[in-house]
Design a protein. Structure first.
Length: 334
């Protein structure tokens, strides 16, 4: 089922200092954040001011993470939270950012665990320091072992299987699953699930997700090499839009479907350039992660009883329902 959410309130004032050391690939607020705080919605919590650090593995330029951050900012504005956002695609640097948050004595940490082993030691340090840690987006199979309090996201293996079953219905025979970061547990799980659910042949193609011209040329070359590929599956909206160009350049008749969406991808579904998208609701992931830390600190609540994740997807966006989603995508929240 599709869930409708209010447009994101803009970010609360960001904290300066050590948490934003060199190596952080995404800005942490600044003047825009301070100005945005004035637009926070009514009903703001009167509980004592908290500081929450959100640390992700986002790569520069990936618009998916804008949705995560907007959701987090909306919750922070409502809950009287000072949100400190930072990111780096390098697992080692991400772990250092978590350590910086611990050193800053924040009240809570929300993080992604795309490379779970890199997070194990710092999550343990945070827990030992009395700082609650919640996971979201990546690390569903590892969050409990890492010692996190809660997890918000999509079961990527199940989503992949559902994706494959949908391809069966469309008559696809040979799928190409394009992974933009090798070793990323959530992305690998998507393609693994696809292989389970899809009755046809599935090939995996690794590309460098930080170099879009390379992504385009690599997909194009693969399609030219194997004309039997009739379905391209990408794992992010920008890669689906690039695959549209690759299919055209290769003279291929392959169809394109993807995980995740953004405003441009919604338009591509409306125009018939992309068959469908699987929405894991990143805005909701960001919102719930921050809000959950406020609930835990102020009322001792934790979702899932500490044993079960809170699933935010998968939801299929097709030509049947895309117009309703487009309203929210235009606001930058879907």
């Amino acid at each position: 089922m599709r869930r409708h959410h209010r447009a994101a309130a803009l970010t609360a004032t960001a904290v300066a200092g050590v948490l934003f050391a060199a190596g952080c690939s995404s800005s942490s607020g600044g003047k825009d954040s301070e100005e945005g705080a004035a637009d926070a919605s009514a009903g703001k919590a009167t509980t004592p001011r908290m500081t929450v650090a959100m640390i992700t593995h986002a790569a520069p330029g990936d618009t998916f993470w804008d949705l995560i951050r907007k959701g987090a900012e909306a919750a922070a504005a409502k809950d009287n939270i000072k949100l400190v956002y930072s990111s780096d695609p390098s697992a080692g640097t991400q772990a250092n950012l978590v350590q910086n948050a611990i050193d800053q004595k924040v009240d809570g940490i929300a993080l992604t665990a795309a490379k779970p082993s890199a997070m194990k030691a710092v999550v343990a340090k945070a827990t030992a320091a009395g700082i609650p840690v919640v996971g979201f987006n990546s690390g569903l199979d590892n969050w409990k072992d890492l010692g996190m309090l809660e997890y918000f996201g999509q079961d990527e293996n199940i989503a992949g299987q559902a994706f494959g079953e949908r391809l069966n219905e469309s008559g696809a025979k040979h799928a190409l699953c394009v992974i933009q970061e090798q070793g990323h547990v959530a992305l690998e799980a998507r393609c693994a699930g696809l292989k389970k659910g899809f009755k046809g042949t599935t090939d995996t193609l690794y590309v460098n997700g930080t170099d879009m011209p390379s992504v385009k040329s690599t997909i194009t070359a693969k399609l030219q090499q194997d004309s039997s590929i009739d379905q391209v599956v990408t794992l992010g909206a920008p890669f689906a839009l690039t695959a549209v160009q690759s299919v055209s350049d290769a003279g291929s008749k392959a169809k394109i479907a993807t995980f995740d969406l953004n405003k441009e991808l919604v338009t591509a579904v409306q125009d018939g350039k992309v068959e469908f998208a699987v929405d894991q609701q990143p805005y909701l992931q960001g919102y719930l992660s921050v809000d959950s830390l406020w609930l835990y600190r102020t009322n001792g609540n934790f979702s899932g009883g500490g044993t079960a994740p809170v699933l935010t997807g998968p939801a299929f966006i097709t030509d049947d329902n895309v117009d309703a989603v487009a309203e929210f995508a235009a606001k930058g929240t879907r």
